[in-house]
Design a protein around this ligand. Structure first.
Ligand code: NI
Length: 192
C-alpha cells in the first residue's frame, strides 16, 4: 500500500523519533509499505516520520545509483533504532533532495564517513562504517529520525532564498505526482 508523504512544515518531520522493539504492530507490513511508497515516488530513502510515524525506522534502496557508484549496486537495507556513533572530521559536498521537500535540490556539506549501529528488519544488530554516497544517503535519512531536514544544513542566505518555495510546499502549492500530507490543509490533507 502506498502511503502519503508528509510535506515540509508537517510537525511529525520535526520530532525526535522514538525507538521501537520487535513487537511494534505490523512492522513488516509497514516496511513493505514504505518500500512501495518510496519506489512509487522514485526515492532512494524514506524515513518513518515521512509517513507520519515518529519512530526510529528508515530504509534505503540505493540500487538505482549502482551504475554511477558501485558500492550502491546491491544496497537495500532497513535501519531500526539507528545511532551514528562516529563520524569523519572532513566534509564532502553533494546535492540532495527529499520526498518531503519536492522540487528543491541543494548542495549539502556532511561528514565524509560515519560509523552506525542499528538493527535490521529481523532485529539483528549491525555495527558498520560507510563512506561516499552511502554515508551521504544514510546521514540524510538519519537526520529525519532526529527531526532534521537537509535544508537545515544550508547557509542562512540560501534559507532566505528558499523561504517562499518552502512556504509553498507547506501550503500544498506544488505539483507532485505522489500523495502528500500538507500541514496547512487540515482535514483535506491528502492531495494528489
Ligand atoms: Ni528526506
Amino acid at each position: 500500500m502506498i502511503l502519503p508523504i508528509t510535506a515540509y512544515g508537517h510537525p511529525t518531520l520535526r520530532k525526535v523519533s522514538e525507538e521501537i522493539d520487535k513487537d511494534y504492530p505490523s512492522l513488516h507490513e509497514l516496511i513493505e509499505n514504505m518500500f512501495e511508497t518510496m519506489h512509487a515516488s522514485d526515492g532512494i530513502g524514506l524515513a518513518a516520520p515521512q509517513v507520519d510515524l515518529p519512530i526510529r525506522l528508515f530504509l534505503i534502496d540505493a540500487t538505482p545509483y549502482g551504475e554511477e557508484f558501485p558500492e550502491a549496486k546491491d544496497f537495500k537495507k532497513v535501519f531500526i533504532n539507528a545511532e551514528i556513533i562516529e563520524e569523519g572530521m572532513d566534509e564532502d559536498m553533494m546535492q540532495e533532495g527529499c520526498l518531503s521537500i519536492p522540487e528543491i535540490r541543494e548542495e549539502v556539506s556532511r561528514p565524509d564517513w560515519i560509523r552506525i549501529q542499528y538493527y535490521d528488519e529481523n532485529f539483528n544488530f549491525h555495527d558498520e562504517q560507510y563512506k561516499g554516497v552511502l554515508a551521504r544517503i544514510i546521514q540524510h535519512e538519519y537526520d529525519h529520525i532526529e527531526g532534521i531536514l537537509f535544508v537545515d544544513h544550508l547557509s542562512s542566505l540560501k534559507k532566505t532564498l528558499l523561504k517562499r518555495k518552502l512556504n509553498d510546499i507547506s501550503k500544498g502549492n506544488i505539483n507532485v505526482d505522489y500523495k502528500m500530507i500538507f500541514p496547512s490543509l487540515k482535514k483535506r490533507t491528502v492531495k494528489n
